[in-house]
Design a protein around this ligand. Structure first.
Ligand code: BGC
Length: 739
């Protein structure tokens, strides 16, 4: 089949818009979304159950259950659908759209494919700890292959919200607290989902979300208001979106929150001036679920109708909801309250993306056979295991306790997350299944020698008071080592899962304290979707392995690290606070006039440290790396030049290992107070024992700027400090001048 050329499709879009009725045009700007009711992929029976238990109203049920709205599709009233999963189901509905609707416009099927499809990869926060953008591109590619085989055209990912608040549950979905790293990862993930060619059957549209600053809600409470300077918005929260646009992202999702009083969904400055004007975005913008209607609840519009007008006029093209645009636009277009040209532009942008995807030429991109072959195949599982072990961060390893020998006599594996599949999947694993997961217990059993005894005991639940700690201690007290797997359930992070307290929930800390009393080496494996506050564990455990939620290959990946088949190399992308009271806490905070010091009147707390427990960029290895001989290619550089920064890194330990060499910069005097350190480069290297490598990182001086009060990006002349080291706290230091 001939693919439509650009010129060709622009003409066809004009022709279509000319022929479309108002109702058909509105159909294109509507995304029907069962997600509102949590009804992803539900069968009619499951829907009935929801109706019976009152989770959905009869009206809602009626709407969802009309055979997936076949009639509306036939009438050309539905441009996109969320939550339709499966080749057969999506092809069936597509056939109605293409063959039975008047103009034959194909439907776009969207889904939250956040960290893998059926092959569930580590949560995005974990993947980011690998600092390996190429591998993250590959996991996104695999997710696209599996999702497209199941009839999905469009993922609502990647989530690009920079966040510095561990209370916010959605830190799990992003790349952490750093803008520079998050921007690189944003581009990788977009390229992974979309591939080289959007019209390939294996590519899906990416969606940069949530535009913007959704990761900075006051108090860390999901959906809460965001109040920040425009400079912070442009310096910290917007750059990952700009990077996604440069990488060719096809769609963007507006965030639920308001910024400085204007909801993102109706924010013309953000949707039109910045996104399209400054960044040159040429795709379409979808709202977050129901966020147009919610502008009326914000009180930014008198009623839903006015919210619809404000949103579409601000540059929002598609409404993800059951009926806001669909019900509110017709009368306003008919009486001229909204100009039809505004609607035409939104329709044009959406159709353009459908053409670019090749949907008009090739609306059925998959079939049942392909779906069965691709999903959860061995090749994908191999990558999942590798990605998972590279996402692990070793936080403590006293007396080189790890790696463990495989021939120990007895290992006690304890804790509510040790033999648990569901909670390894993490948030937003919509099609993931717990039975696909290698649990930590089975990974350990698989790894050790056949005559090593592995005893398992749960100890307590993740949450609540139920425990059997006494029995667990009895089982564990004659073991060679205790591996305690503790943390959070999948549901404790992600959307609508902010926490007021980020300690270990339930009786888990008590369990660890009792285990510690046995005097046996205590290896704590953490499973969690956010940084936790773990001062007691940090002080008392023999070793700490931060494994986040690693997906289907969790157990194998963790066993690879525990027994030394893989030497951990991950580094934190989110600061671990000492206490929740420090939150939000992040390494790249602006310099205060009274930095924390010994005397009282400095920036600190009277009842705890100002420093975090583990800083951004921190992570240990089974070997050691020594940094020396830092040098710069020049001490004076111009704004448009590049500085070569070199450092010798030597593996001084006994095993080979990877190190993430990090480069930070501090602009000492500027017209705006600058962060004490900012990541501006990194390189991951592999060194054999005794091997020394001179690592060079090129620093683009143009990246050292910030936004002035008129939102102009400026790089200022003057003194800069530069650090190269293993994390944001330690490193060698030099200085240079920008002239
Ligand atoms: C979330 C989005 C998601 C959408 C569709 C919303 O509640 O905020 O991230 O893409 O639902 O499921």
């Amino acid at each position: 089949m001939n693919k439509s050329s650009k010129k060709d499709y622009e003409i066809r879009i004009d022709e279509l818009i000319y022929k479309m009725t108002l109702a058909e045009k509105i159909g294109q700007v509507v995304q029907l979304s069962p997600s509102l009711f949590g009804a992803f992929g539900l069968t009619p029976d499951e829907l009935i159950e929801k109706l019976v238990i009152g989770e959905i109203s009869p009206e809602e049920f009626e709407k969802i259950d009309r055979n997936y709205h076949e009639d509306e599709i036939r009438q050309g009233l539905i441009g996109a659908m969320g939550g339709v999963i499966g080749a057969e189901k999506s092809n069936e509905l597509q056939k109605i759209a293409v063959e039975e609707s008047r103009l034959g416009i194909p439907i776009l099927f969207g889904l939250d494919v956040i960290h893998g499809f059926r092959t569930v990869f580590p949560i995005p926060l974990a993947e980011a700890c690998s600092w390996e953008p190429e591998l993250m591109r590959e996991t996104a590619r695999i997710a696209a292959k599996e999702a497209s085989a199941a009839g999905i055209h469009w993922t609502f990912a990647p989530m690009l919200d920079v966040s510095r608040d561990a209370r916010w549950g959605r830190v799990a979905e992003g790349a952490g607290e750093d803008t520079f790293l998050a921007s690189i990862i944003a581009a990788s993930r977009v390229k992974g989902f979309q591939g080289e060619d959007l019209s390939s059957d294996e590519s899906i549209l990416a969606c940069a979300k949530h535009y913007v600053a959704y990761g900075a809600p006051v108090g860390g409470r999901d959906y809460n208001t965001v109040d920040m300077s425009l400079q912070a918005l442009h310096d910290i929260y917007l750059p990952p979106f700009e990077a996604a646009v440069q990488a060719g992202v096809a769609t963007v999702m507006s965030a639920f929150n308001d910024i400085n009083g204007v909801p993102c969904t109706t924010n013309k400055y953000l949707l039109t001036d910045v996104l399209r004007g400054m960044y040159g975005f040429d795709g379409f913008v979808v709202s977050d679920a129901n966020s147009v209607a919610e502008c009326a609840i914000h009180g930014y519009a008198e009623a839903r109708k006015e919210a619809s007008k404000k949103a579409i006029e601000a540059g929002l093209d598609m409404d993800m909801s059951k009926g806001t645009f669909a019900e509110d636009l017709p009368s306003q277009l008919e009486d001229g309250t909204i100009s039809e040209e505004v609607l035409n532009e939104a329709v044009r942008r959406i159709l353009r993306v459908k053409f670019k995807m090749g949907l008009f030429d090739n609306p059925y991109r998959t079939d049942k056979d392909k779906e069965e072959k691709v999903i959860l195949c061995n090749e994908h599982l191999k990558v999942a295991r590798d990605m998972a072990r590279r996402s692990i961060v070793l936080l403590k390893n006293e007396n080189e306790m790890l790696p463990l020998k495989k021939n120990l006599k007895k290992i006690a594996v304890v804790g509510p997350l040790a033999d648990n599949g569901t909670d390894m999947l993490g948030t937003w694993a919509i099609v993931g299944r717990s039975e696909d997961v290698v649990t930590i217990l089975s990974g350990i059993k698989e790894a050790v020698d056949s005559d090593t005894e592995v005893v398992y005991s749960k100890g307590c639940e993740i949450e609540g008071d139920k425990e059997e700690i006494k029995k667990t201690i009895e089982d564990a007290s004659d073991s060679d080592v205790i591996i305690a797997v503790v943390g959070e359930s999948s549901e404790m992070s992600g959307e609508a899962a902010s926490r007021i307290d980020i300690n270990l929930p339930g009786k888990q800390l008590e369990l660890l304290k009792e285990l510690h009393k046995t005097g046996k080496p205590l290896v704590v494996v953490l499973v969690n979707g956010r940084p936790l506050s773990i001062p007691w564990i940090s002080e008392n455990a023999t070793a700490i392995v931060e494994s986040w939620q690693l997906g289907v290959q969790s157990g194998n990946a963790i066993a690879d690290v525990l027994f030394g088949d893989y030497n951990p190399s991950g580094k934190l992308v989110s600061t671990f606070p000492y206490s929740v009271g420090q939150v939000p806490i992040y390494y790249n905070h602006p310099m205060t006039g009274r930095p924390a010091g010994k005397i009282k009147f400095t920036s600190k707390y009277i009842d705890g440290p100002a420093e975090p427990l583990y800083p951004f960029g921190f992570g240990l290895s089974y070997t050691n790396f020594e940094y020396s001989n830092m040098s710069l290619s020049a001490n004076k550089v111009t704004k448009d030049s590049k500085l070569k920064v070199s450092v010798d890194v030597k593996n001084t330990g006994k095993v080979q290992g990877e190190e993430i060499v990090q480069l930070y910069v501090y602009d000492v005097v500027a017209s705006r107070v600058r962060p004490v350190k900012e990541l501006k480069g990194f390189k991951k290297i592999m060194l054999k024992p005794g091997q020394l490598e001179t690592v060079s990182i090129e620093l683009d001086i143009n990246t050292l700027g910030f936004h002035d009060e008129n939102m102009n990006y400026v790089v200022e002349e003057g003194l800069f400090k530069i650090y190269v080291g293993p994390n944001s706290r330690e490193g060698l230091e030099e200085e240079f001048y920008v002239i």
